[in-house]
Design a protein around this ligand. Structure first.
Ligand SMILES: *Cc1c(COP(=O)(O)O)cnc(C)c1O
Length: 380
């Protein structure tokens, strides 16, 4: 019996403590964590600098509202936005996308937004209305009007970008949808058409950002320059936070009263975010790239050839192993849990891996070896 709404299909254990990239459940069992809490705890559990910064802030002051100046917001905003962009802080990925949706309509005076089938942007009315997954929208109509959809990586989508469009929103790697990577030439054509039609390009980096792909933001790998970027998951290593970064030219559209949130930019989450961004140096990102190179070599040598596997997609430490329909991903996840390895699924029977970015190469490869063993046994 539970006291909770049944919104999640929960596994029958509670993760009660953690260190680095290991978690321990309420039965005392230790797991190798290849999920980072759905791409959140990139610096693992109990990082001394992040925990230390939050503990120091905890004994100073937790919350002061947005009625006062905030040096922490200025500092983290500076680390994220640089000199030619502005930041807005909120509490989640869905809220970051709400802010982007509102800013795009207000700044352009236009209403229509193009989003993509298989995309995921969150669960509130605006973000859900931008999410190209009928299962997520089912039962909640009417949705926010004037959102249109096209197929991801489809050249015909460009025909839907015209002067009546306020914005295009997309993930450069569709995470929940199955870890599908955008085609670089297509993404650049989308951006060029946006520029030609005065349409804003919003890139949702909630899952792919903050070092996940070995870049600070995945869009850098595709040579893109979005007008608005949204982020959340890994930004404060597990404290609730979201952020929207927009080009300075969009600034005048948001004035006092245009948008806001009580908890957004609170000092506890921001103290963690400051540490995360301080640790996310080019040298750290280079270690992620190096480990990812070893991981992708192992994936193509030992996992791609398996009968249970139809293909592998992703970038950096954002990995989707597409399983044959005869091998249900939920059964694979359960077998791996029994062996002490935590993994995720994504749409289309995809086994998804989002390990903490700090996981050692040896443990990354050890995890893949166990996955290979389970997939070998699972194939009929
Ligand atoms: C998780 C996710 C969201 C929603 O973030 P929440 O913090 O759960 O609201 C939005 N976009 C993408 C790409 C995500 O992966």
């Amino acid at each position: 019996m539970s006291n909770l709404f049944n919104t999640y299909a929960r596994y029958p254990f509670d993760l009660v403590s953690g260190h680095d990239w290991h978690l321990v459940d309420n039965h005392g069992k230790t797991y190798l964590d290849m999920t980072a809490g759905i791409g959140v705890c990139s610096f693992g559990y109990n990082d001394p600098e992040i925990t230390g910064a939050v503990e120091a802030q905890l004994s100073q002051v937790w919350h002061t509202s947005n009625l006062y100046e905030s040096q922490l917001q200025e500092t983290v905003g500076g680390l994220l936005a640089g000199p030619d962009k502005l930041a807005f802080f909120c509490n989640s990925g869905t809220e970051a996308n709400e802010a982007a949706f509102k800013l795009a309509r207000k700044a352009t005076g236009k209403t229509r937004v193009l989003a993509f089938n298989n995309g995921f942007h969150g669960r509130t009315y605006g973000a859900m209305s931008l999410t190209g997954n009928p299962a997520i929208q089912a039962g909640f109509a009417p949705l926010v009007p004037d959102v249109v959809f096209a197929d991801y990586n489809d050249p015909q989508a460009l025909d839907q970008i015209d002067a009546d469009l306020a914005a295009v929103i997309l993930e450069v790697i569709q995470g929940e949808g199955g870890v599908y990577v955008g085609d670089q030439a297509w993404l650049q054509s989308v951006q060029a058409k946006c520029h030609a039609t005065n349409t804003l390009l919003i890139i949702d980096e909630v899952q792919s950002g903050i070092g996940r792909t070995g870049y600070k933001f995945a869009y850098e790998a595709f040579g893109l320059d979005p007008d608005i970027v949204t982020m959340a998951k890994a930004l404060a290593n597990g404290l609730p936070i979201g952020a929207m970064i927009g080009k300075k030219a969009l600034g005048p559209a948001f004035t006092p009263g245009s948008h806001g949130t009580t908890f957004g930019g609170n000092k506890l989450a921001l103290s963690a975010a400051e540490q995360v961004l301080t640790k996310l140096t080019p040298a750290f990102l280079a270690t992620v790239q190096q480990k990812a190179d070893a991981v992708w070599t192992t994936l193509s040598d030992t996992i791609a050839p398996l009968k249970a596997v139809n293909g592998i997609s992703g970038m950096g430490l954002m990995i989707g192993i597409h399983l044959d329909e005869s091998v249900p991903v939920d059964a694979v996840i359960a077998k791996l849990q029994a062996l002490g390895i935590l993994t995720l699924s994504a749409k289309h029977n995809t086994l998804r891996l989002l390990p903490p970015l700090i996981m050692s190469q040896a443990d990354l490869l050890a995890g893949l070896a166990q996955i290979a063993t389970v997939l070998k046994e699972a194939a009929v």
